[in-house]
Design a protein. Structure first.
Length: 288
């Protein structure tokens, strides 16, 4: 729906606004629940239901049907050098016609593998560093992540809005490499929080720009199907992260997972940059 309602010139702003709204909700929700938990537990669930119905009502009342009309789809077949033009065929046939989108999806699998460490390897690391205080420290880290995402999203998007989405994602890989890689050397909380700030900025760039890139390269005739399947492929990295990382940690210790994560982040960033370079080179050839 977001893709249908936007165009390449305003999609980054739209997806950034949605991302900011989601994270404000994630930050405020637990805070309200914390006040209600001891004496008004039932109201947490009633409030959850009420806000869900409220959001549904707002969409129903103010958002019209977004599916492209048959006429608009037929007209798009005539477009040339436009990634959003409609295509004939099933999902896999159409995806195969878009090798850059397929490559972007596969590279993003590495990003999701790396990001999975925020909820798997980092908790193990803080327990090893701080013992019984580990859970509390992890809570501070996640709060820091939420604050960074809530406060810096608009600033980061403003600073990078002229940069192509794929190049922003490559930059996010560099931030992941620094943020996660430095955990190998960290023994105190201040540096751990600095690490969190850095990889959280990478998270902002990945989340907002990945959605934009996918939207800009998805044919209008297959948007629903692409948005159903591509996140599953990308999310496979998040699913495999704990399994593979856990085996590595068991063999070599928690500290030695971070050089691996740093290396994977650099590889993903380099691959994204080559994807950006190939797209730019192709556009230059088309111009001349």
């Amino acid at each position: 729906m977001t893709t249908d309602l936007t165009n390449p010139s305003n999609r980054k702003a739209a997806f950034s606004l949605l991302y900011l709204g989601n994270n404000i909700g994630f930050a405020v929700g637990p805070l309200i629940a914390g006040f209600l938990y001891n004496n008004y537990l039932m109201w947490i669930f009633l409030g959850d239901a009420a806000t869900t119905f409220a959001s549904l009502t707002l969409v129903y009342l103010f958002v019209k049907e977004t599916l492209p009309s048959k006429e608009k789809i037929e007209e798009s077949f005539k477009l040339e050098n436009n990634y959003e033009k409609a295509e004939r065929g099933n999902l896999w046939q159409v995806l195969w016609k878009r090798p850059k989108l397929l490559l972007f999806t596969l590279i993003s699998l590495i990003y999701s593998f790396v990001y999975a460490q925020t909820t798997f390897s980092i908790p193990i690391q803080v327990i090893e560093l701080f013992g019984d205080k580990g859970p509390k420290i992890f809570g501070v880290i996640m709060t820091t992540n939420a604050l960074v995402v809530s406060c810096l999203t608009i600033i980061i998007i403003s600073l990078t809005h002229k940069i192509r989405p794929v190049l922003n994602v490559a930059l996010a890989g560099v931030l992941y490499a620094i943020g996660f890689g430095m955990i190998f050397f960290i023994t105190g909380l201040p540096w751990l929080l600095l690490s969190t700030v850095i990889w959280s900025m990478g998270e902002i760039l990945v989340t907002t720009n990945s959605n934009v890139y996918i939207a800009n390269h998805t044919p209008m005739s297959h948007r629903g199907r692409f948005n159903a399947v591509i996140p599953v492929i990308m999310g496979a990295g998040f699913a495999l992260g704990p399994l593979i990382s856990g085996d590595h940690i068991r063999k070599y210790g928690i500290k030695n997972i971070w050089p691996v994560i740093c290396f994977l982040s650099i590889v993903a960033a380099v691959l994204m940059y080559f994807l950006y370079f190939s797209e730019k080179k192709k556009e230059t050839v088309l111009i001349y």
